[in-house]
Design a protein around this ligand. Structure first.
Ligand SMILES: [Zn+2]
Length: 154
């Protein structure tokens, strides 16, 4: 069984070390395509579409910044700024690639909680930063709810 979900979120980001326009704070309507493929699954519901929507909503109307971005530091330190924007911090730059990885890890954790043991699941996440630019990543893992999953990156 293979299921997929497309969802959108609005968010600003900047790439502080980038030498180009993306250095400056700007926003996008991000499109996220999620695919969960578990061919041997006999579950009536491989994953709840609403759960996938909720993962994407975690980024909606947020400011996506690297944890070491001075702007992120400013939002952490100044109480007055907290009412202006909610920040989602990334260990690296908040590129489409890293947003895709972040969403992928959340989807994989969710799938592992929901389905039966010992099945192979291939999860893919594609993040579109613009209409013609996107990043895609995938992870093949084996469901093992007792161990929290044995994961291998594809
Ligand atoms: Zn951008």
């Amino acid at each position: 069984m293979k299921v997929s979900k497309t969802a959108w979120f609005e968010a600003a980001h900047r790439l502080k070390d980038h030498r180009g326009q993306c250095h400056y704070l700007h926003g996008h309507t991000w499109q996220v395509d999620i695919e969960v493929d578990c061919p041997e699954s006999k579950d009536d519901m491989l994953i709840d579409f609403g759960v996938l929507s909720n993962i994407v909503k975690e980024y909606d109307h947020k400011l996506l910044l690297a944890v070491d971005d001075p702007l992120s530091q400013a939002f952490r330190d100044a109480d007055g700024l907290k009412g202006i924007a909610q920040v989602v911090e990334f260990n690296g730059p908040p590129t489409a690639e890293n947003i895709a990885r972040d969403i992928l890890s959340k989807v994989v954790q969710t799938v592992h909680r929901g389905v039966e043991d010992n099945l192979v699941v291939l999860t893919k996440v594609k993040v579109h930063e613009t209409r013609n630019s996107c990043a895609e990543c995938a992870e093949k893992s084996i469901i093992n709810t007792n161990l929290g999953g044995e994961n291998g990156t594809d």
